[in-house]
Design a protein around this ligand. Structure first.
Ligand SMILES: Cc1ncc(C[n+]2csc(CCOP(=O)(O)OP(=O)(O)O)c2C)c(N)n1
Ligand SMILES: CC(=O)[C@@H](O)[C@H](O)COP(=O)(O)O
Ligand SMILES: [Mg+2]
Length: 642
């Protein structure tokens, strides 16, 4: 059941400027309405719920105190931005969230002037905010003007190197910059690492003298209605942590922790900071992920992400699954090998559930490492493990591996270390859109000398690729597989080690050969069936490897056919480019041989269902069929037979 909440105050908000007319008591009530509105909206679309619910009060307080879009509020990762979207003129479009032509699930510059910086990968907010602060001070031109730069960053995101690089720089530059550390003691999974323990220890610290003094002085500067709140803030500050925190050592003033669900704390502290801050200041705000919605609060992940759900019961409306997910298949296959090989270990960067490594951690806790949001470290840590004689499986989403690319080149590839990269979410992922698309890994890995790059055509192939990676000790090896369910194929009991650089012929035909790399094989087969009905029987092959290529197979396909078409779920510069290079170098084109390479187009594709995204990309069965007909110069409309 979905319910539409009563929202008399929220109904009066067209933009954040309207919040300036509300009393503190009304802002507290507004936060309550905003929470119920967020729950109601996400119940109809699905999406990231828990993080937004945790920052409802903070969102209201920020927009009440600061002056967006002149002041730049930069949400880290930005999966917590739904309440911000509702307050910044996008409330009526919330039913379109994460759908084709709808609102993005993240902040996006092209969507609103209230989104000064887009994000979806974590830990970028402090760098971006510092950039805005410096641009402001240097007289940079900005359409919305220049005010404060405010980064809101989670405790999980704060663990990444980039956040520390930014703080290091900010502490040195000493510009006025506001960082709000939203500490809900959660990442997607419970947080890991020494920083997380450190933040918890701050809760028990000494009062922060400098800020107390600032707050005291600030009370008289505030307009009468705010003075009472400020006095309360002062009282509260007496109990605050601090003196010599890590953040202060890096050059920040530190305030906190304060209760991020208590407007009587948030409002006066933000007002005081706004009045008084001169250099970089970090406000440590304690919140609860999923706050105010019992099913989210009770969930293991704080209601991080959800399908559509019934507001009353919290029951999610998920389509029944017909096959195991690729993630599960990978995880189980890895467990199979780990059972007989105690050198196999597994690394995740804050995505144990997303990568399936939660299962590995349960079974082999001493061989499983969640390193936090730290992909660069994950890669080099894996390289060290490999150099030390272990068999590391570094399981990352394709899009997040991008962050560790120099480490892949410098620490893994050049040293020829046998790190096994399990690349999940390869290809287009759907509702998370362009930021999460796994489009580039084929191109950026297959160009590295000595790298083996595989793509699974289905879940049975994935099992074989895990076995192949486990057995491959002479250098780096990667295998990619998509988000979501497998094809429902028959599963082998155990994986079989594939011959490196050998593809397979699926079916033999004439005139045109379709050479697939990855799970587009299903669409290739559909296209072939349709062409068959026109009297064309094509050859279908599964390349399995983009590196090394199965040169013999590809050259003989070229020799035996009029035309060859490659299909992959990756950007230009990947598998198809390597095939083109091979054909060119072997003089295959010299005699007019027809070759086409079907890749992701050279655009960022916005969120939609994966099927829609592949349609936009021109990589579905219909487009493959059309490509073949075009190659053979056969009319595509009408019933002319080949
Ligand atoms: C570079 C990168 N790695 C992994 C992720 C996946 N991810 C999205 S949100 C999240 C947890 C963020 O935790 P935190 O910053 O504490 O925010 P919270 O959800 O607790 O508000 C992770 C790991 C990501 N977005 N970016
Ligand atoms: C915000 C973020 O990066 C993750 O929450 C991501 O949305 C997870 O997507 P999956 O559902 O594919 O794990
Ligand atoms: Mg968190």
């Amino acid at each position: 059941m979905t319910t539409h909440p009563e929202t008399p105050l929220l109904d009066r908000v067209q933009s954040p400027a309207d919040l300036k007319r509300f009393s503190d008591a009304e802002l507290t009530r507004l936060a309550h309405e905003l929470r119920t509105e967020t729950i109601s909206a996400v119940s109809m679309t699905g999406g990231h719920l828990g993080a937004g619910l945790g920052v409802v009060e903070l969102t209201v307080a920020l927009h009440a105190v600061f002056d967006a879009p002149r002041d730049k509020i930069i949400w880290d990762v930005s999966h917590q931005c739904y309440p911000h979207k509702i307050l910044t003129g996008r409330r009526d479009r919330m039913p379109t969230l994460r759908q084709k032509d709808g609102l993005s699930g993240f902040t996006k510059r092209s969507e609103s002037p209230y989104d000064p910086f887009g994000a979806a990968h974590s830990s970028t907010s402090i760098s971006a905010a510092l950039g805005f602060a410096v641009a402001r001070d240097l007289g940079g031109l900005c359409e919305t003007g220049h005010g404060d730069a405010i980064a809101v960053i989670g405790d999980g995101a704060m663990s990444a190197g980039m956040a520390f690089e930014a703080m290091n720089n900010a502490g040195h530059l000493k510009r006025r910059l506001i960082v709000i550390l939203n500490d809900n003691e959660m990442s997607i999974a419970p947080p890991v690492g020494a920083l997380s323990s450190y933040l918890s220890r701050l809760y028990a610290g000494e009062p922060f003298q400098e800020f107390k003094a600032a707050a005291k002085g600030a009370v008289s500067l505030l307009p009468e209605p705010f003075q009472e709140g400020a006095r309360r803030a002062k009282e509260m500050l007496k109990g605050m942590a601090v003196g010599g925190t890590l953040f202060e050592e890096l050059g920040f003033s530190y305030v906190g922790p304060i209760d991020g669900h208590d407007m009587d704390q948030l409002l006066p502290v933000l007002r005081t900071v706004q009045q008084r801050a001169s250099g970089p200041i970090l406000i440590h705000v304690a919140t609860k992920k999923g706050k105010g919605y019992a099913p989210a609060e009770a969930a293991r992940d704080g209601g991080h992400a959800t399908a559509r759900f019934d507001v009353v019961t919290g029951a999610q409306k998920k389509a029944p699954s017909n096959a195991p997910s690729y993630t599960k298949v990978f995880a189980n296959a890895l467990l199979d090998h780990a059972a007989t090989d105690d050198k196999i270990c597994a690394i995740t960067a804050a995505m144990p559930d997303g990568t399936g490594l939660d299962l590995f951690a349960e079974r082999y806790p001493s061989r499983c490492f969640d390193v936090g949001i730290a992909e660069q470290h994950a890669v080099t840590f894996s390289a060290g493990l490999a150099a030390g004689g272990m068999k590391p499986f570094c399981a990352l989403y394709s899009t997040f591996l991008q962050r560790g690319y120099d480490q892949v080149v410098h620490d893994v590839a050049i040293q020829r270390l046998p790190v096994r990269f399990a690349i999940d979410r390869a290809g287009l992922v759907g509702a998370d859109g362009a930021t999460h698309a796994g489009s580039y890994d084929i191109a950026y890995l297959a160009n590295l000398p000595g790298f083996v790059v595989m793509a699974a055509a289905d879940e049975a192939e994935l099992v074989h690729m895990v076995a192949t990676a486990a057995a491959h000790d002479t250098g780096p090896i990667a295998f990619r597989y998509p988000r979501g369910e497998g094809q429902g194929v028959e599963m082998p009991e155990h994986g079989e080690v594939l011959e490196i650089g050998k593809g397979r012929i699926i079916s033999r035909g004439a005139r045109v050969a379709l050479l697939s790399f990855g799970t587009r094989l299903g669409e290739v087969q559909k296209a072939a069936e349709s062409l068959n009905a026109r009297g064309l029987t094509l050859t279908i092959a599964d390349a399995r490897f983009a590196k090394p290529l199965d040169e013999d197979m590809i050259l003989s396909l070229a020799a035996d056919h009029e035309a060859l078409v490659t299909i992959e779920e990756g950007a230009i510069g990947g598998f198809g480019s390597h095939v083109a290079q091979l054909l060119a170098e072997n003089g295959v084109f010299d005699g007019g041989f027809k070759y086409r390479s079907m890749v992701l187009p050279d655009i960022f594709i916005d969120q939609a269902s994966p099927e829609d995204m592949y349609r936009v990309a021109g990589l579905d069965a219909k487009h493959i069929e059309a490509k073949v007909l075009e190659l053979l110069d056969i009319a595509q409309i009408g019933d002319r037979r080949a």
